[in-house]
Structures are given as C-alpha cells and as structure tokens.
Design a protein around this ligand. Structure first.
Ligand SMILES: C[S@@+](CC[C@H](N)C(=O)[O-])C[C@H]1O[C@@H](n2cnc3c(N)ncnc32)[C@H](O)[C@@H]1O
Length: 204
C-alpha cells in the first residue's frame, strides 16, 4: 500500500493517525534533528513511523498495545521497505518503558522521541522518556490540547474527559518547565503539539 493509501485507509476506519499540519511539523523536526535512533509511543498502522524512516536514516523502535494494529504496522513497514529499520513492540507503553530502562541499554539511547500514545499516561511516561533521550535530542508530543478541550476553546461533550483534561494541563505545564529540557514550546495547531530538546550536559 502507498503511504497515501495507508493514511486514507486509517482515516476511513477511524484509526487515529497524525493530522496534516502536525505531520508536516513531525517531518520538519525529523529533518532538522537528523536522528539515528528514534522511539515512538503509539504506532497505530505505522503511518507516522514510515514518515520518520522516509525522512531520516534512523532506526525506529515503536510501541503499540493493540496486536491487530501491530500486525498491520509490521506489514506496512515491510511493504515500504523498512522492515530492517523498524521494530514494533507489542506492549503497554508505560510498562514497556519501565522494562526498557531496567535493562540499562536505553539510557540516553534515542536522539528523537515521538510521543503519540495514550494522553492520560503522558505525565506517567515523561521521566522515563527524558532518561531515554540523548542530550541534544528532540522530543515531540502530539494531541496535548485534546480537541481544544484543554484550552477551554471547545467544551467537552461529557464529564468523562475531566480527568484526562486535568492530566494534560499538568503535563503541559510540567513539560514547558522541565529543567532537563530547553527550547520547550507549545504549538497550537490542530490537536496541539509540544516540542523541546534535552539540554546538553555542559549547559546545566
Ligand atoms: C494517535 S495513535 C498513533 C498514531 C501514529 N503515531 C500515527 O500518527 O500514525 C495512538 C496509538 O496509541 C495506542 N495506544 C493507546 N494506549 C496505549 C498503551 N497503553 N500502550 C501502547 N499503545 C497504546 C493506540 O492503540 C493507538 O494506536
């Protein structure tokens, strides 16, 4: 399947994938960072992962808990010729990050991290992700404004989003003020993104 077909097919089925302008920001940040090792949280069908690999020479580790999506992503990576550069891990991302860090092989391993998984867990993952990010590396986060509910621009239809909205507010505030990060900014396009780089050691 061509990339445009992967995108159209995912949109048609309601599988959430990165939106247009956010996609362009991802590609721009990947080109700017020129990473060697990328970690993605939230694979879905591999659409953003393929874009990351197309626009860099990096290898990608990407985590997804839905086994059907994992199979589909593996098929898409293979068809796109990226089988050797993409490793899809079928796991819950919060436990997987703890597991990876415990193995000691992933400290400061990744020079680009794309966080695009369960929004309610972003704050639970940020410490681990910063530990895994190499000094000078970039972290890009999608969906932080959650359909405009976080800013109050759009009123949530039900009360059930209350917890996740509150958690995202805490996450955004923490991210923008993390002492380990620099040049942190909120990009208020589409579903909202955050980007920052990890300070190099001599900047501390
Ligand atoms: C927004 S989608 C990812 C889209 C993908 N990055 C793209 O743009 O092509 C978020 C993905 O995170 C996965 N996900 C949600 N909770 C998860 C968890 N606890 N562990 C791992 N993956 C999870 C969902 O199944 C979904 O496929």
């Amino acid at each position: 399947m061509e990339l445009v077909d992967i995108k159209n097919n995912a949109n048609h089925r309601g599988v959430p994938i990165i939106r247009e302008t956010s996609h362009d920001i991802l590609v721009k940040e990947i080109k700017k960072a020129n990473p060697q090792n990328v970690l993605e949280i939230g694979t879905a069908v591999g659409y953003s992962g393929i874009e990351i690999l197309k626009n860099s020479n990096a290898t990608l580790v990407t985590i997804e808990h839905n086994s059907e999506l994992v199979s589909e992503a593996n098929k898409n990576f293979k068809e796109a010729g990226f089988e050797k550069r993409a490793k899809v891990v079928c796991a819950d991302c919060v436990s997987e990050l703890a597991f990876m860090l415990a193995s000691d092989n992933y400290n400061e391993k990744f020079d680009f991290i794309f966080l695009d998984g369960p929004k309610a867990q972003y704050q639970n993952m940020i410490d681990s992700l910063i530990m895994m990010l190499a000094p000078g590396g970039t972290i890009l986060v999608d969906n932080v404004l959650f359909r405009g509910y976080v800013t109050g621009e759009v009123t949530p239809p039900t009360k059930r989003f209350k917890t996740i909205i509150a958690r995202l507010k805490v996450f955004i505030d923490d991210f923008l003020n993390r002492p380990e990060l620099e040049n942190a900014k909120l990009i208020s396009v589409e579903d909202g993104m955050l980007v920052a780089t990890k300070k190099r050691k001599n900047n501390n």
